[in-house]
Write a protein that binds this ligand. Structure first.
Ligand code: FMN
Length: 186
């Protein structure tokens, strides 16, 4: 069955490599629907805002998360960890805790960097954070894209490396399968 997959990019940069990788997923598979869930307009999380009234940007972000069958997060690594903007978005999505829109949601993780370690440290952190939120993160498989600047065409803003395309295709295939087979432990 056709799935709707949300893409969250952990970088706000206009020419973000991670956004180019996320965009390439939409070109690699035309059997499913993909759309970006933007996080750039979210205010910094503050519990006072929840009390005084949730802003429209937060409400529509949460609805977008709720409406998709699964989410793939494509994120850089900052100082060996999760970028603050992504953590902020996850914190908003985690609230209120007993009805979090991310709870039990199938989530996949991809990361790209011009560096050599493929965002491994950030992905470990993101996985740990999502686990605390009872998110169904696709286990075992990791997509750690190193030297990403050599794998894309910066002018055209497209992924060109054939091996990376194949990895992403395999990952997508497994993620779609994961959506249908997440454990029901309630
Ligand atoms: C504040 C900051 C910290 C960074 N720390 C890391 C890091 O720990 N590991 C890494 O591989 N790259 C690091 N980088 C380099 C990023 O991977 C690089 O800027 C990348 O292009 C960001 O992703 P984007 O192109 O999707 O915006 C850092 C960049 C910034 C701005």
């Amino acid at each position: 069955m056709t799935k709707t997959i949300g893409l969250i990019c952990g970088s706000l940069r206009k020419d973000s490599y991670n956004r180019i990788i996320a965009k390439s997923l939409t070109d690699l598979n035309d059997s499913h629907h993909f759309h970006f869930i933007e996080i750039n307009d979210l205010p910094l999380y503050n519990e006072d805002i929840e009390i005084s009234g949730i802003p429209e940007t937060v409400t529509s972000f949460k609805s977008a998360v709720q409406d998709v069958d699964g989410i793939i997060i494509v994120s850089p690594e900052y100082n060996s960890g999760i970028p603050g903007v992504l953590k902020n978005a996850l914190d908003w999505a985690s609230r209120p805790r007993d009805s979090s829109v991310l709870s039990r949601k199938p989530v996949g993780l991809i990361g790209a960097t011009p560096g050599g370690l493929g965002t491994a440290f950030a992905q470990m952190q993101i996985r740990q954070i999502l686990e605390a939120m009872q998110v169904h993160v696709l286990p075992f498989q990791k997509v750690l894209i190193s030297q990403v600047d050599k794998k894309i065409d910066s002018d055209q803003k497209v992924l060109t490396d054939e091996q990376t395309k194949r990895y992403l295709q395999q990952y997508l295939h497994q993620f779609i399968h994961w959506i249908d087979h997440t454990p029901t432990l309630d």
